[in-house]
Every structure is written in C-alpha cells, then in structure tokens.
Design a protein around this ligand. Structure first.
Ligand SMILES: Cc1cc2nc3c(=O)[nH]c(=O)nc-3n(C[C@H](O)[C@H](O)[C@H](O)COP(=O)(O)OP(=O)(O)OC[C@H]3O[C@@H](n4cnc5c(N)ncnc54)[C@H](O)[C@@H]3O)c2cc1C
Ligand code: SF4
Length: 457
C-alpha cells in the first residue's frame, strides 16, 4: 500500500504550480511524484499494476469548462486536453471535417471508457507492451532505464518493425493521435480539412515534386503481398515512369494529348484544363458528406482547382477534364481491342493484359473502412493494369451484379464511372458532379449499371 495525496486543481495556475513540484522531485516515469489525473483510465490501471507510483495526484477535472472545448478555428481543429473521446467523436464539426478522427475515436475502447477518457490522456497514454506493464520483468528500458528490453527476444507480435530504437521496440497504442495526416508533399498539405490554396495545388500538380515526395515515404505494404490502393501517389509514379520511358522531355499532359487524346479524337479532354475547356467546366459539389474514405470538401476543393489553366498542373489521378462523349470514345476503344476508327493506340494483347486480374484473390485495402463501418464482405480486389474488374461472385461492385466477370472499367472518387462488358458488348459511361461517399457511390453505380444491363443486354 502506498499513500497518495489527492489534490483538486481549482484553477490553471494552481494546477501548474502543483505539477511544477514534480520537476524538483525524482522524475523517472514510474516515480514521478506528481501526476495530473484526467479520466484516470490509464493512470489508475498503471498505478494498480505498480508501474506508476505517484505520491500526489492533481485532479484537473475541475478545469473541464476551460479545457474541454472543441473548436474549428480558421480551418484548424483545436481539441481541449480535457475533451472526452465520446464528445469529440460526436462533435458535428469533427464528423463533417475530420471523419477519420471521429471514426477512430468511435472504434476505440468501450463507451464507458470513451465517456471518461480525455484527449490529453489519450495522447499521453503509455505503451501496451506486456513487459512494460508487468513489473515482474526487470528488463524494460522504458520502465527501468538501462535494464534491457524483454520484448526483443520475447513476445513482440504487436510491436514496431519500423521506427524502433536499439533500446525499445514498443508502439504507441492510441488510435486518434495516430490519425496523423502524413505530409506527402514538400511544404505539407493538411488533408484533414483541405481547402487547397493555389500554391498547394501547384505542388500536387507538379509531377516531379510529388514523385520525389513519394520516394521519401516509407513502405506501406510489401509489394506483391497486399493490395494497397493509393491513387494520387500510384498514378503520379506511373505517370513519371511513362515520362522517363518517353525520354523525359515531354510533360505527361503533352504525351497524353499527342499519343492518346488526339489520335482518338478526344478533343474535349485534357490532363489539367486548357484555356478552351475551362469555361465549360461543371463545378463539383458535395452531395453526401457521410463519413467514409475521403473528405468530401477536400475533393471538391481539388475539383474546383483543376479547371484553372493558369495553374498549369498535371495530376494523373483525377486531374483530367473530359466529357461523357470523350470518355465513351476511350471506353469503346478498349472494347474494340485498342483501336477507334482505324486509329490504334493499344495492341489487342496489351488490352487483354491490362484488363486481366493481376491481384488474384487478395482484397483491396481501399475497402477496409467499408468492411469496418458498413459491414461490407471481404472480396478480391480484382485489379487489372489501370482498371478495376468485375470478377466472380456477388459483392459490392461499380459495374452491377448483372455484368459478366470480365467487365472492366474505372471510376473517379465518388462521382464518375465507366465500364465495358466485353461479353454483353455494352459500354456504360456516367459522369456526375455531386460527390457521394465512395461506398455509397459504388452502390449507386451498381444499381444504375444493373438497370442499364437489364434494359440493353
Ligand atoms: C480497456 C481499455 C481499452 C482501451 N482501448 C483503447 C483503444 O482502442 N484505442 C485508444 O486509443 N485507446 C484505448 N485505451 C486507452 C484510453 O484511450 C486511454 O486510457 C485514455 O484516453 C486516457 O485518458 P484519461 O483521461 O483517462 O487519462 P489519464 O489516465 O487520466 O492520464 C493518462 C496520463 O496522461 C497524463 N495526463 C492526462 N491529462 C493530462 C494533461 N492535460 N496534461 C498533462 N498530463 C496529462 C496523466 O498524468 C497520465 O500520466 C484503452 C484503455 C483501456 C483501459
Ligand atoms: S519494447 Fe522493450 S523497452 Fe520497450 S516497453 Fe517493451 S519491454 Fe520495455
């Protein structure tokens, strides 16, 4: 039994004063004399396990009124240290603008814990490494500096493989703070509530800069083992490959125009709007902002920027402007084995290669969130080279359940879709400007596709 003094902070200065006392005391983690007490869901557990042994607890809950606000201020989300996980998850601003944070909080722990646990405590919670929490093990550098690390040769299944040190391989266990938006570009873009500024768009539209930034990002998945869908990055890298194989002199937008769009007569299509096409652009809007894969307002912001020829951008993923008639030309070219009106842009074997399954039975991590949020089943990614395939079985599909397994096509985030059913000889194109949450968009196109097939097959 260890005696503990319990103090209630009456105001911020008294809390700071009490906590400052710890600075002059023995300050190793487990022996820190004074600890703030928020929800207590981590601290009391660790005290019961004898991992933390404060002699004074300063209860900061009386400061809740001042420290639990959740505010959206000029595009920046501010979370008070005493805001409870459940309150942040239920906050409409967070749900609308930062759905990934709201969802990660909803999925954490249990309702009782979320009602008690504060965001400050969540950030400061300690690792769940078994050896850290079990004082019968002496060798834990984090708890007992210099003692070694039992996990390195012991049970370490949930430990880190990247970003470790020679002293400790523990991971940080919290979900919400882990929902960090990784800077994918030099200069950094906050995708949480992304209202792009022209200079941000220029960076995303600069293929060299994006490719260089991608090369600085660590490996997300082992190639060949997982289907890790990352459109902006993947298309940028592929676009850069095309440029380099071409000799590196032409921009991707020029290669696209000269080798593909002009031969096919797609006069109303360009990678990045041209001065001629910009006035005809139909502006995107949010039709459905339910939580999901993308931040709808960020997509709209990006969509609004693309029809600005003065930005001179090229974003291979989603940066084309086009018309339904032109997309139909492209899709028909594919259906006819790579040629349109006598102009061949691809060989028939190349079309076959591009439209066959290259991901086997592996699932697409694109839909992990839909499995967790919406109960979607696990089904194969069915990816070709640049195309999604219908595949076998009944599962959510943009191409309709009535299409045949070899049906292939592509879609633009939450709005557009085209596909070719080579057996039924049907090509479908649907371009819209109202963004739907991606899984809802997939199901919308599934129904429309089935209606079209039922009518025309
Ligand atoms: C059964 C269980 C399941 C869990 N599952 C999950 C999960 O799935 N995902 C997840 O993310 N988390 C999970 N957690 C962790 C939980 O989210 C944290 O315990 C909680 O967020 C901590 O907040 P608290 O307010 O209770 O902190 P406390 O326990 O009060 O404090 C934690 C630490 O932070 C310090 N501290 C707290 N507030 C401040 C402040 N304002 N300033 C300075 N220091 C401060 C305290 O002194 C203490 O050292 C789980 C916890 C339990 C017990
Ligand atoms: S990984 Fe090693 S040092 Fe780190 S907390 Fe676990 S046992 Fe301790």
């Amino acid at each position: 039994m260890r005696p503990i003094t319990y103090q209630r902070a009456t105001d911020a200065p008294s809390a700071v004063q009490a906590l400052a006392a710890a600075a002059s005391a023995n300050n190793s983690l487990i022996d820190a004399a004074v600890q703030p007490l928020a929800g207590g869901t981590t601290l009391l557990d660790l005290m019961k396990l004898d991992v933390m042994r404060p002699s004074v607890l300063v209860d900061i809950n009386p400061l809740s009124d001042a420290w639990s606000a959740v505010t959206l201020d000029g595009g920046n989300l501010k979370l008070g240290a005493l805001a409870r996980m459940s309150d942040v998850a239920a906050n409409p601003d967070v749900q609308r603008n930062y759905p990934v944070i709201a969802e990660s909080l909803k999925l954490a722990a249990s309702p009782q814990l979320r009602n008690m646990a504060s965001l400050g405590g969540n950030v400061l919670q300690r690792t769940r490494c078994t050896y850290f929490r079990d004082v019968s093990y002496d060798n834990c550098n984090k708890r007992n500096p210099g003692s070694g690390c039992a996990a390195m040769d012991g049970f370490n299944r949930t430990h880190a493989v990247l970003g470790t040190s020679e002293q400790c391989i523990a991971t940080y266990p919290g979900d919400a703070p882990d929902v960090e938006v990784r800077p994918i570009l030099p200069g950094e873009v906050d995708a949480g509530n992304y209202q792009p500024r022209p200079e941000d768009i220029k960076k995303i539209g600069d293929l060299d800069a994006v490719t260089a930034a991608v090369c600085d990002v660590g490996l997300e998945a082992v190639p060949g083992e997982e289907v890790s869908y990352s459109p902006i990055m993947a298309h940028a890298v592929l676009g850069q490959c095309v440029r380099r194989l071409d000799g590196g002199k032409r921009r991707l937008r020029d290669i696209a125009r000269e080798e593909l769009l002009e031969p096919l007569g797609m006069a109303d299509t360009a990678l990045g709007a041209t001065t001629a096409l910009a006035p005809r652009a139909v502006m995107p809007r949010v039709s459905d902002d339910s939580p999901g894969m993308f931040d709808a307002s960020a997509l709209v912001g990006l969509g609004l920027a693309i029809p600005h020829p003065e930005l001179n951008i090229e974003i291979p993923a989603g940066g084309f402007v086009s018309t339904a008639a032109d997309v139909f030309r492209f899709a028909e070219t594919m259906r006819q084995g790579g040629a349109w009106n006598g102009k061949r842009v691809l060989s028939r074997p190349m079309v076959e290669l591009a439209t066959s399954n290259h991901t086997g039975a592996r699932a697409n991590d694109l839909w992990t969130y839909a499995r967790e949020l919406k109960g979607w089943p696990l089904f194969p990614a069915n990816l070709g080279l640049g195309f999604f395939l219908r595949g076998e079985g009944l599962h959510p599909t943009y191409f309709g359940h009535l299409s045949t397994p070899g049906t292939y096509g592509a879609m633009g985030a939450g709005t557009t879709n085209f596909w070719v059913d080579p057996v039924r000889n049907i090509t479908m194109v649907c371009l819209t400007t109202g963004f739907l949450e991606e899984a809802n968009s997939a199901l919308r196109f599934q129904r429309l596709s089935d209606v079209a097939i039922a009518e025309f097959a």
